[in-house]
Design a protein around this ligand. Sequence first.
Ligand code: KG4
Ligand code: ZN
Length: 342
Amino acid sequence: MRVLGIETSCDETGVALYDSEKGLLGDALYSQVAMHAEYGGVVPELASRDHVRKLIPLIREVMTEAGLGLTDIDAIAYTAGPGLIGALMVGASTGRALALSLGVPAVSVHHMEGHLLAPMLEETPPEFPFVALLVSGGHTQLVQVEGIGRYTLLGESLDDAAGEAFDKAAKMLGLDYPGGPLVAKLAQQGDRSRFTFPRPMTDRPGLDFSFSGLKTFTLNTTNANRDGAGNIDDQTRADIAAAFEEAVVDTLAIKCRRAIQQTGYRQLVIAGGVSANARLREKLEAVMKKERAQLFYARPKFCTDNGAMIAYAGCQRLLAGQESDLTILARPRWPMDTLPAI
Ligand code: KG4
Ligand code: ZN
């Protein structure tokens, strides 16, 4: 089965063609980052309009890359949420209409399920059951995964998501949006031991997170190190970036270890934009080794938003006989544990 995947939930237009037998046949991504950077974050209306401009050319590009025509598509999978409503509507209405015109089924995909299953596209995929850490710009969740659609939420952030915390820390350090990769880059030049930032909620039991206090701590540390003219030297900026990254990574690692011990599972999957973070991968590799557990993640371009994860997730649901009706489904909020099992 060949499934065209469409992702337009936020600021990237992603399209991919996935074949259940041959794997990925093509994928293309257009990032709106440069457009939103000027405003320091995503402007929803601009995002929707840009998806309208880019989606159809990207579909053409993917079909050309695969050497196939539209009539070779067996089904269409589109992101139906969670995300920005206007942005979602572009992918949902295009995907649903294209499916109708081609006479093929369409399936609405949950964006976070897409992220969760992205490591399945790699050469050595995880096997159910496993624990998943979902870390993106909007979500930080630990999930017990027994199969597709068999999700139990173990813990989540009570305030900011990990990616959001990275983006806010970046702003304080004078870096562009999205700040995650830039903070990580700056942190490489930093001394990780000069400042010690708190590891929120690690001194009490449970698997929930809180990152908003770290934001305040970062702001206070930054302000305390300004000179008379309000400037902060480059080495201090790098040291703050390093201390911040270390605190986030350490906090995530402590909770992942707890989740592995609590479930008795021996596989941890990390997914979503922050799972591209090299320091997080390095730390979790070490922690999982101690637990005799294995760590799985997607290649960096499939950690952040992309069409391949949507095509893959949609394909699994279609193979199980689940397809969506003619409704154009777009849900800004959509709890993942309400999804049907397959
Ligand atoms: O999954 P994603 O592309 O979009 C959402 O679904 O939100 O995640 C984007 C988030 C942003 O907050 C970005 O700063 C963060 O992932 N991110 C990173 C890295 N790459 C992306 N954070 C830390 N280190 C990275 N290397
Ligand atoms: Zn995402």
